[in-house]
Structure formats: C-alpha cells, structure tokens
Ligand binder design. Sequence first.
Ligand SMILES: [Zn+2]
Ligand SMILES: [Zn+2]
Length: 657
Amino acid sequence: MSIARVAMPVATWQLFDYWIPDGLAVHPGDAVHARLGRRSHTGVVVGVDASTAFLDRLQPIDAVVTAQRLPDDVMELAAFVGAYYQAPPGMAHALVAPPSARVRKRLREPPRSDADDAGTPPLNRAQTLAVTAIVASHASFAPLLLHGVTGSGKTAVYLAAAAQCIAAGCQVLILVPEINLTPQFEHRVQAALPGVRTVTLHSRLAAGARREHWDAAANGTAQVVLCTRLGVFLPLPRLGLVVVDEEHDDSYKQQDGVRYHARDLALWRARRRNVPIVLGSATPSLETWAHARAGRYRLLSLGERADPRARIPAIHFAPARGQDVRDALSPTLRDALARTLAVREQALLFINRRGYAPSLKCAACAWQSECPRCSARLVLHRAPDRLRCHHCAHTVRPPRACPECGNVDLLPAGFGTQRLEQAIRTAFPNARVLRVDRDTTRSKNAFAAMREQVDAHDVDILVGTQMLAKGHDFPRLTLVGVLGADNALYSADFRATERLVALLTQVAGRAGRAELPGSVIVQTDFQTHAAYRALASHDYAGFADQLLAERRAAELPPASRIALLVAEAHARTDVDRFLDDAVTQARALLATDRAVQVFPPVPPALARRIGFERGQVLVQSARRAPLQAFLPRWREALATLSGTRVRWSIDVDPTAF
Ligand SMILES: [Zn+2]
Ligand SMILES: [Zn+2]
C-alpha cells in the first residue's frame, strides 16, 4: 500500500499524508477528495511514496476528482508560486486545481458576431513587422514588448500571430485585465479566426461552463484560451504563444489570498514552456520598460493608429478651479461639449469617483462624513440618499444636521459621477446622458446594453469612471473631458504618476478612433506637471525613461525588489507591538548582512479598514535573490511570535500600499 502526500487548501505550511485504497490509481498532479478533520476537501497530490509505519493513523484518499492530471509545468508553477509569494502550499495548489465540477451543464456556444466585425482590415507595415518578429520566435522563449499607441491595432497583431501559431497546431493563451472586455475580445477572435475553438475563463463564469472550458484548455481542444488573471494557471498541453494584453494593468495583481502577479507568472510559464510571450501596452509598466531598455525584452513599436483615417487626439488643458468653473465644468469644456452636440458627435466625461460627492461637509465647523470602521470618508450617494463607505458595506442615511455643531447647512464636497451627470443634464437639457460606473453596471448584461446604446447613437454624452477607459471603440466619440485627475498627484504611492499617465492615455485614446478627429480636454491646475506633459506630447518612451532614472536614484522598483509585511488587529497596540517585534526579528536574522534593508513600521494609506487597525513594514533589496532567501526565514520567525490577535501576510512585489 502507498501513501499520497497532498497539498490541501488550508493556510498551513504542511502537506498531509493519506493512504491510497486498493484499486485507486493516484499519481502526482491528481486532484483528490480527502478528509481534513470532519470536512472533505479537494487537494492536489504532490507525491506518492511506498508506505512505512503509522499507516493506521492515516485517513484514506476518498476519490480521485478528475481524470485530467495536472502536468509537470503546472505543478512546478504551483511550487514556484508557494515559494516566491510566501504562500502555503495548499493555497498555491488550490490555484491550479481543476474547478469544482458539481454543476454540469451543456456548454452553450457563445453568440457569433455579425455585421461590423466582418472582414479584418489589412495590417500596416509596423503591424506586419511585429507579427513577423513574434512568429519568428516560435518554439523558443522570447519576451516581446508590443508598445503601441492607443488604436494602433495591437489586437490585430496578437490575432495574426495567433493564427499562424494555431496553424502550426498550437494553443494560444491570451490574458486580458477586465472581465468586461472578454465578450468584446471574444467577438474579435471569432471574426479574425473563424472556425477556431475559443474558450473564456473568468470568475463570473457559471461553474459548469468554467469546468467545461477548463477541460477544453487542459485536453488541448481549445485553440485560443481567453481569460483574466486566473487563466495563467491552466494546463495547456500544446501552448505555443502567450499574450498579456494591457500588461501594465494593476488588475493582474491579486490583492488578497495568494498575492501573485499574473503577468510575471505568464513570463515564468513562457520560459518554462519555451514559447514566445507578447506583452502589449500603450503605457508599459516600468518593470517591463526597464527590461526592454536593457535589451532583455525585444521592443516592437506601433507608432501610428491602425485606421489610416484616424489621428492621435490633440490634448488641451483647462483650469479645474476658478470663478469661471461652474458645476465642475470649465468654459473650455462646456463650449467643446456644445460644439460636439451641435454636430451630432459623442462625448465622454471621465471622473474617477462614483457616487454624488466624495463627502458631506458641515458649512459651519470642520465635520465631514467619516466611516466609523475605516479611516475613510463616507461617500454621498443620491437616489436613494445614502452615505456609503467604499471600503466596507457601511451605509447610513445622511444626517439632517451636523452631529458636531447642530448646523443644518450640510453640503456635498466635490464631484462624483452622479453629481456630474446631474450638472450635465442641467447644462445640456436636450442631450441624452448615460452614466457608467459600478453602480449602474451591477446587473450581468448592463455593460453590453451600454455598448449597444452607444453604438446605436442613443447616447450623446457618457459620464463614467475608469470602467470606460479600457479598450472600447466608439466611432462617433470625438471629445473626451477629464475631471478630477489632479487628485492622483497627492498620492504617496511611488507609482501614482505612472498610473495617472497610463489611465489618462487610455481615456484619451477613446477619442477619434475612426475618421472623425478627436480632442481631449484635461481640467487641471498643474498642467506643467510631468504626467500632463507626457500626455500632451504623446511621448511615453521619454516619460518612462525619465521615471526610470528617478526610480534608480530613489532605489525603488524596478531598480530594487520589495516586499511588504502587512498586519491587522482590532487594537492598534497589538499591531504596533507585532510590527516592532517583526522589525527586531528581521534585523536579528540579517545581522551584518546589508543586502536586505528593513524599514520602520508605517501605517498604510488606509490605516483602519472594516474595524481593523493596520500597519506595514517594507523590506527592500537591490536584487531578488537576497530578498527571496530572507523572506522564508522571516516568515518562520514571524509565525512563532504572532498570537491569535494579529492577522498578517507577506506581499511580494506589492502594487498597493
Ligand atoms: Zn458642524
Ligand atoms: Zn468603511
């Protein structure tokens, strides 16, 4: 009789042994049902041994879940994720385990696209060169950065390269940052690659479909696999090409549980499988940019819009404040909106805050609506009137009078999408206005319905958050107005400027995608700031080079490697004591080793969240190896010092602080 060593989906660092009943074939890579305490879990077998002693104390494997065994590279990926991100083996293996197969429905084929997508326009010279470079890297590890301005046709490049890869009998893995973009992307794949079997994988897929798509990827019948970050863990026996679209996007980083970065894991997989990987972006992350500048990634540039009629939109600035600014709209933006409506074109107003106003304020004293459980303002929402915390579920009716001084004159402070929508309806009573934010797109089909309304020109002005920034093509949209962008300049996060430029470039890229020329008006009080200069000059490369030099001088990523110890507890004193001890321990472990630096504890941007006090300690190294050698030793030491009152985790390569 044999013993199976199983990674069970629990947050401990141990593996669990089970005996294998006669007649059950169990191998490494199998997903199995087994008991832990009284409950049955699905674990992944990492090893099988001949039995020795203590067999009677062990529980049996109850069943093998799937006939689909996880291949070696996926098992190695899970082991790498556990080791690199300091995650328990069971949690790392849970990421690669096949999804639960309880609900088994017939897979409904996704609707075929019609009309507008028919026929793919020919590629221009830059696109053709990019496709050639990707295809020439077939069957070898080659990271390629496809840096293309918005509208330059990056997707057409991915799909042309995919077509050749599929013709050679391979599978193509395409990662996209947003669930909302998968249906649109899927239509484009079907139009460009007729007859190719495409499956999608994302968290909103019903369990039955998820399992069916997982199987199609794992048995090699799916030729294109289109997914959000979790798709990076799929078994793909005939993988030939990996594409990471919008590689700079923060949603590739998982922010809880196992805090992996899907772009970085996609690179790991491409290297392990010896296949090319294309990282596409108009505003590459500085991590990727640094690799390209150092010659480790091949840089492929698309400098022009793919549609020869389309021009890069002109960027203009207007003051965000001042006596001429009424209802958050500068006269420049107001006039431009009026002109756009007069010629029956469409406009998009971007403001990255949902709700009516970021807070409610007392006109007499300093009182502002604050969440009792988080260190954050309560956001004022209308229809119905509520004060809501965007970090926890806390919701209350707005008070009639100031809780501090009794004054009844409470005023909304600042603008959110709801208030901007109201202002636009007042200023342009005949315009058809549509608001798009998380509050208006909660239902499953709301996003698709919005797209149809805009395509059918049932909308004149769109008001929305960054949901509207990514990847949408609206041919009659010629004016983009940006409000409230200056808020990002006050952020303490060292990536704030990089992110602002990425976001504004995407928003601006919505204007003038077809033959109608577009223009962008950014309302700002700091138009000489480097971020806005980069946007206006359309020189992302120059901006990224400068930012990279600054990061080197400050020894910040990508010029260094960092990890964050994050702790939270109900009492501030517990957090502080734990982190002080953690720093002491880290310094003791490092002794005279100067390769890793430990910084004093600091509160995160949100010092209290959902009733928990929070704190963090940053550790940094010029190189990855010393940090990776230090982290498991520190983690083990931390486990000995934490009581039950403090919850803590280590975030390797953090993107949020
Ligand atoms: Zn007051
Ligand atoms: Zn809250």
